[in-house]
Structure formats: C-alpha cells, structure tokens
Design a protein around this ligand. Sequence first.
Ligand code: FRU
Length: 514
Amino acid sequence: MSFFCCTFAGGIITGIMNTQRRTFFLFLALLFLWSGCIHREPQYRIGVSQCLDDAWRQKMNYEMERELLLHPEMSLNTRIAYGSNELQCAQIDSFILERVDLLIVSPNEAENVKPAVTRAYRAGIPVIVADRRVTGDEWTAFIGGDNYKVGQLMAEWIKGQRDKGQRTTVFTVLEVAGLPGSTPATLRHKGMMEGLGYGEGMRDDITVKTVMGSWFRENAFTVVSEYLEDHGDVDVIVAHNDLMAIGAAEAVSKSASYQGRHIPIMGVDGIKPGLQAIVEGKIDCSATYSSHGDMVIATAAQILHGEPYKRDTVLETTMIDATAAYPMLGQYDAIMRDLETLHIVKTQTESKWKQLRTGRILLVAGIAVFFCLFLLALTYIIFRQRNLQREISNEILPQLEDMQEAILLSRKDEAFAQRLRQVVEAHLSDPNLNVEYLSSMLQLSRTQLFRRVKAVTGKGPLDYIRERRLIRADQLLHTTDMTVQQVSLELCFSSPGYFTKCYKDYFGHLPSVR
Ligand code: FRU
C-alpha cells in the first residue's frame, strides 16, 4: 500500500514538474529580475573630462551633479587631467574605449586636446565642449563664457583706472595670462588689447606687459614677483582668473618697492576665493565667468533624447566690484552648503540602495538555492522511486513468481508421488504391475510416466516398483513367518534366486527370516 502511495505521489510530482518546470524557471528568472529592478541603472553613461580641479571647476561639477538629479537616466564619470594635455587625451581615449554615450570635455589646450576630441566625435560619441574651446568644428555642442567680452571688460576697467588720476607718464598694465594654448587666455587677451585700441597698432599712453600665470595662483605669485623686482613700475594688474589675481596681490604685498602702495587688481571668474579677496580688499574686482554646468547637462539630455538643442551657447559676463561681491559671496556660501548636502544625500542614498540591492540579491539567491535543493530532493526521490519500481518489477517479482511456481510444482509432485506410491503399494503382489500397467493406472504416457517418476523418486518406474517390493519383502520377512521363497513369490519376483540377488543389491546383505 505504502509502495503504491509513494509511486502514485512520485508520479504526480513528476507530472507537476514536467508541466511546471518552465513556470518554475520563469519564476526564478522573475525573482532575479526583481532583485535587479530595485534601482534602475542609468541608461546613459556620460564621460566628463575636466582639464583642472580648481574652485571654478568644482562649482561647475556641482552644477552638473545638481542638474543630474533631474535626469536619473544619466550617470556621470568625471576624470581630471590636472593641466596635462597628454593625460586628458588618454582619459578621453579611455572614455571612447568604454563607449560612453556622451562626452563632456573642458579642454586644457585647444590644439593639443583636439585630436582626442576628434577621435571621440568620429567614433560617433556626441561631444559637448564646455568653457574652453577646441580648434576645428568636430564637436556636437559648445557652452562657455564670452572670453572676448571678458577681455573687453578688462580694457574698460583699465581705461577707467587710467582716467582716475591726472597722468603725464605712460600707464603700465601688467597682464597675468592664462595658459597660452587655451582659448580663454587667447580671447581674453585679444578682447583686452582690442578694447584698449591696440587693434590698429601700439598706443603710447597705455602699455601692456604680459606674464604667464597659466591659471595657477602660485605661478602668478612667482611671475609677478619677478616682474616687480626686474621692472618695478606697474599701474594696474589684470589677471585672467581670480586665483592668479590673488597670487598677484600676494606678490605685490611682499614686494619691497610696493610696500604700502595700492595697485588695483582685476581678476576673472567671480568664484568664492575671488569674491572673498574683493570683500577683503585684496583685489579690486572681477568679471563673472559662468560655468553653467546645469546647462551642460540639460544640453546633454537633449542630445541623448534626440531633442533639438543649441549648438553654440555663449554665456554672459558682467563686472563684480566690492558692492556686488558681498551679496554674491552669501549666495556662494549657500551654493557650497547645498553642495555638501547634495554630497551627503547622494552618498547616503547610494549606500542605502546598495544595502537594499545586496539584501534582495541575497534573498533571491537564498530562495533560488532553496528551490534548487527542493528540486534536487524531488528529482532524487522520483529517481529512486523509478529505480525501486524497476527493481521490483524486473527482479523481485519474477523471483517471487519462480518461487511460487516451484512451490506449486513441488505440491503437484508430492500429490503425484503419493498417488504413485498408493498405486504401486496396492499392486505389489500383482504380477501385472509393470510400466504399461502403471501408465494406464496413472493415466500417463510411458514417457510422461518415466519423466515424472524420475522427478519425484529419482529413479525409473521399474526400479521404483522393485524398490517398493524389496522394502515390502523386508517387512514381510521381519514381521511374518513367511520364507524367502514365499516372499519372493508373493512379491512377484521371477525366482527366489533373483529375489535374493536383488535384496542383497539393495540392502547389502542376504535376506534372512526372523
Ligand atoms: C578654471 C579656469 C578659470 C578660468 C577658466 C578658463 O579652471 O582656469 O579660472 O576662467 O578656467 O577656462
């Protein structure tokens, strides 16, 4: 019964498994999908290649990250070249290899970074050039400040400074330029020179001396210190960015010839260190140079979504003096606080997502392992059931049948032996008792008789009859007064001599009377 139940249950499970196997695997697949679905990975990977990592770029990066909150379908991977054209080209090439969906580049130098930008563009990657330009037009969009206008604002300010006092001597301007190969440095210089009226040739009332600060505060400090030491006379300093303006101010304050004298200094950017320097009176003013990382990201989204976008966006610039610097510094602080909060929230969210995802993966893996083990156990049980069934029907049942048959056969033989004995015993004194007689009595052919008698007695019918007669003879000799002769006759031996011979052959001694 239990065997039947097990077989039945095994059969049902196999059936269920056969029909439900697909569903089961579908269920597992769905589980895995569920574990992956928890936090949709951004669809678009954007590579950002920044030439430097100063305060201005940090502001730009922050603006981009902030805007990215509105675009969860995009992710940023930012690499910084630390002012090296080679490193920047290598970083852009690695973005190409990684097949980013879009590239944002702020090139260190226009001509030297152009080959890598072109490679990316030709590889089919949309390229947004931000802030500094590259030469040529193999890029998708540009967003950056109006550097020529910045230069013109510098010229305006210089002229304003020159006009302040009654001057008889030539007015000397010390220009602390940015990296020569970068477009802002070139255009700011051009805008300034043309704004001063240098387009048509030299002017004799204003002279411009240029030193290279290459965007760095420390460089500016060194070159301005050297200039002051060598040439002394400077009326105003214009630096291509705030950091160099601060470096120049430090150089002036440390210069022996300028101790106590104020040299008006103008910077560019309007970033926090510059605003602070204006508020503290270290430099006089700055020109805004917007980074607008938000616009860069918005344009990236438009390009990636196949929406219309503006190819060339030039951002406005204005002058910042001491009056404007103070409220701007307040705004800047708010921006920085926002930046910190944004970073904290981002880190926390990412870590929570990670925990949740890991938890789900573990859960799904656990369920999958459980189901696999369950499936394995079921398969084992079913396999075992089938094997047992096979063993039973192929080996045990035939054995059982053989045994039953043997039992039945032996029963049949026993009955036959009994009947044979009865017939033989009843006719021991009958001279007609021979094979034919026995055959007819037992209703068997001679052959059948021979085979069956042999099977139950181990001897042929005649030998069996003789054996029975000899045993009876022996009984008679021992229990009656009959002589050997009488017994021989009684049991139908052809002669007493033959009886004696047969008796001796069978019992091993001569027949003797009691
Ligand atoms: C920042 C910066 C700014 C400057 C701009 C020009 O890296 O040097 O100070 O205005 O780049 O690209």
